[in-house]
Design a protein around this ligand. Structure first.
Ligand code: TXA
Ligand code: MG
Length: 343
């Protein structure tokens, strides 16, 4: 009963969603679309089901999962306490790409929270995800549906590339929208703290609740991250990737040097600059004039470099404002923090 038979091609095709929901209820792991990236879901109240997520992804067991819900009612069973600031945020951003950290209730699987005293919860803004969770009628623990360390999936075929044969099914809802994962916000600390930048920007949060800060680990690699997942190399393409701060001419020169060494080169750019570069593989990732389009395509483009079999990738850099903060965070992780600055 592998994915090929289980792909649900039409989000309006309710019988297939019911099939996926019943797999979840039976303790199976099923991939599904959200507005950020595809998630690999399992019943958060079932230890054995949750273990299947870790096994399929090859995910370290000390990295906790986000619990996905479809209604505020489901939150009561998960959070021991709901800070006032969280109420405002849920009102403003749920359903949406914002994950909130709550003190957890007794009885929540240790497998989900990796032994922490807190639980991460979000309500995804995607009709298929919401219908699936409602139909399954259980909270759904779901990390991104990629093999650990690979770029997150923004298309059902990405999930199949990584997890075919390892999970019970994939619900195909087409391309996800935002393209980078949700913002993870700890609202139990005195000043709410972004543990992972994502689909909801710092600026948007601050409009609703005032000052928010970025976890120190996001600026300083040596600091201990509060979000365990942030310490792992993530989103990595197979070829080494470097982010270039400088002119297009400078980036092109780097490409020439690598080509002279006999390497197959890749350039990650945007539609505006695509025609400028001469490299073996030049991929446009959205439009620089609209960073949301760059975020939406990033993981797909990283996977395409893998498929093209390049030896080295040079990427343009982007402004770190708004959605650019999440975009640059993911790009820097994909590059293992390799940055080349023009002198
Ligand atoms: O957009 C998303 O958030 C996607 C979709 C599927 O919803 N999910 C996702 O899950 O990105 P995952 O597992 O790839 O990332 C979850 C992040 C990790 O960095 C993890 O360490 C952090 O959330 N996290 C989970 N529970 C936490 C907790 N109790 N405290 C701090 N960080 C937590
Ligand atoms: Mg992930």
């Amino acid at each position: 009963h592998w994915f090929v038979d289980n792909i649900v091609e039409n989000k309006n095709s309710y019988p297939q969603l019911q099939e996926a929901a019943s797999l979840l209820r039976q303790g199976e792991a099923v991939a599904f679309p959200t507005e950020t990236v595809y998630g690999l879901g399992a019943d958060a109240t079932n230890d054995e089901a949750v273990s299947k997520i870790f096994a399929a992804k090859g995910r370290p067991s000390d990295n906790p999962l986000i619990v996905h819900i479809a209604s505020r009612r489901q939150l009561e069973a998960l959070a021991a306490e709901i800070p006032a600031v969280a109420d405002k945020l849920m009102e403003a951003f749920w359903p949406g790409p914002l994950t909130l950290i709550f003190p957890k209730r007794e009885g929540i699987s240790e497998k989900v929270t990796a032994g922490l005293s807190t639980v991460a919860v979000r309500m995804p803004d995607h009709p298929v995800a919401l219908a699936l969770i409602e139909e399954a009628n259980v909270p759904v623990a779901a990390p991104s549906a990629n093999r650990s360390g690979r770029p997150s999936p923004t298309l059902a075929v990405h999930v199949a590339e990584d997890l075919d044969g390892k999970i019970a099914g994939i619900v195909d809802g087409g391309a996800t929208g935002v393209g980078v994962e949700s913002t993870v916000l700890d609202c139990t600390s005195e000043v709410p703290t972004i543990l992972r930048p994502g689909g909801v920007t710092k600026e948007q949060l601050e409009e609703v609740i005032g000052p928010v800060r970025m976890d120190a680990a996001l600026r300083d690699e040596t600091a201990k991250p509060k979000s365990p997942g942030m310490k792992y190399t993530h989103y990595a393409p197979k070829a080494p990737l470097a982010i270039v701060h400088g002119t297009r001419e400078f980036l092109q020169q780097l490409v020439r040097e690598r080509q002279a060494e006999g390497l197959k080169t890749g350039v990650l750019t945007t539609a505006e600059h695509q025609d400028f570069y001469e490299a073996d593989v030049v991929l446009a990732c959205g439009r620089r004039a609209d960073l949301e389009t760059v975020a939406a395509k990033l993981y797909d483009v990283l996977r395409s470099f893998d498929a093209a079999g390049v030896d080295v990738i040079y990427s343009e850099s982007f402004p770190s404002e708004g959605i650019g903060a999440a975009l640059m965070n993911r790009l820097e992780k994909a590059a293992g923090h390799t940055v080349i600055v023009q002198k």
